[in-house]
Design a binder for this molecule. Structure first.
Ligand code: THU
Length: 132
């Protein structure tokens, strides 16, 4: 697993963040099961609630590009500590990952923290919980 490559891809996408309202640019990158990298940035909107986080942009990019599952992921933003995905993104990541799928959280000063999807969202709502 080349974490530097994944973090670099997230960092490159962060440059394209459209965040005029919060001023907080975020980048994310997914290594998918097909071996491809898919990146994403946050995209805000004048109607604030319509904004999309970097993590979901990257995952939706993966799905649109033919990737099926997240093998690994990286997220990067500015700040004193490595950035962690919001709750909504954790649920979306869970849909396409396993509990032990690794996620590297990073900031621009080189701080990193490696966690798993299961650590980010324990006891997640899963497809199997739906009534049949
Ligand atoms: N944001 C992300 O893209 N990812 C996160 O993990 C946290 C927050 C975005 C949403 C919004 O565009 C901006 O950061 C401020 O919340």
């Amino acid at each position: 697993m080349d974490w530097n490559e994944l973090i670099a891809a997230a960092c490159m996408s962060r440059i394209h963040a459209y965040a005029p309202y919060s001023g907080f640019a975020v980048g994310a990158a997914v290594l998918a099961d097909n071996g491809q990298l898919y990146a994403g940035c946050n995209v805000e909107n004048a109607s604030y609630g319509l904004g999309n986080c970097a993590e979901r942009t990257a995952v939706f990019n993966m799905v649109a590009g033919g990737g099926k599952r997240i093998a690994a992921m990286a997220v990067i933003a500015s700040g004193d500590r490595a950035v962690a995905p919001c709750g909504a993104c954790r649920q979306v990541l869970t849909e396409f990952a396993d509990a032990d799928t690794p996620v590297m959280l990073a900031n621009l000063t080189g701080q990193t923290k490696l966690v798993t999807i299961g650590e980010l969202l324990p006891y997640a709502f899963e497809k199997g919980d739906l009534p049949s």
